[in-house]
Design a protein around this ligand. Structure first.
Ligand code: FAD
Length: 214
């Protein structure tokens, strides 16, 4: 299915190495869907703050959640980034060492979700982003838990995507150096699940499918 391209605004236009900008909205979705955490940038009392936190994407909405007491979730305007580190680029000179990455930046004014149905759906999106399949397995939030939770909806309207892939870009004369050059790939993996010591006997682990995370 075709999706509209990312709209370029004054603040989302990539100026530094613009050839690394991606304008395909599908790439934004892929980066967001592959991630577990974002960095939420806000101004609190005139001071910048960047909070690592979970998120979930549903269509063109990014959901963020936290305690009703969280000051960072009360900001009028936010900047959210999601970054995947795909490799360390080892060049022949230290200057040209680099990283291969996929990253997204979203600007906007989040909306506090108060509608009970949308709130539950948004929390489901967050839970499923973290651990696909768990919404149907685990107990869902009760009234007290819902009341203690702030849910924000951020539209994916003003966003940019920047990526770097490939080998080092060394100076021509440095190709003659006896220095190994190339890429050290990095990927996310999970290890074997470790049962909670309080787990009742006979409850099997149901696999969370995270194969889309690369
Ligand atoms: C893992 C990682 C490591 C990096 N390491 C370095 C480093 O060591 N040094 C360095 O200079 N840069 C690094 N970058 C690139 C960095 O993120 C910026 O793109 C770069 O520093 C240019 O900054 P600027 O302020 O000139 O951006 P500008 O090009 O002026 O930014 C304008 C707009 O472009 C968009 N934009 C810029 N960067 C990104 C991005 N990464 N993802 C999505 N949208 C973006 C935003 O909408 C931003 O408002 C790294 C990126 C990643 C993901």
């Amino acid at each position: 299915m075709s999706t509209p391209p990312l709209s370029s605004t004054e603040r989302t236009r990539v100026r530094r190495l613009p050839e690394r900008e991606r304008t395909d909205r599908r790439e934004l979705y892929d980066i967001l869907d592959a991630g577990l955490i974002c960095h939420l940038g806000v101004i609190v009392n005139g001071s910048p703050r960047v909070i690592p936190t979970g998120y979930g994407r549903d269509g063109d909405t990014l959901y963020l959640h936290g305690s009703t007491g969280a000051t960072s979730l009360r900001a009028d305007e936010v900047c959210v980034t999601v970054t995947h580190l795909d490799g360390i680029v080892l060049a022949r000179s230290t200057f040209h060492h680099s990283m291969n990455y996929r990253s997204a930046m979203i600007f906007g004014r989040p909306r506090a979700v108060t509608d009970p149905e949308e709130k539950l759906a948004g929390l489901r999106t967050l839970a499923e982003q973290l651990a696909p399949g768990r919404w149907d397995l685990a107990r869902r939030p009760n009234r007290k838990e819902l009341a203690a939770t702030t849910l924000l909806a951020l539209p994916l309207e003003e966003a940019s995507v920047k990526t770097r892939q490939g080998h080092p870009v060394d100076e021509e004369e440095d190709h003659a150096l006896d220095v190994w050059a190339g890429i050290l790939p990095i990927r996310q993996v999970t290890d074997a699940p470790v049962p909670d010591p309080l787990l009742r006997l006979g409850i099997p682990y149901v696999e969370c499918d995270i194969s889309h995370r690369r």
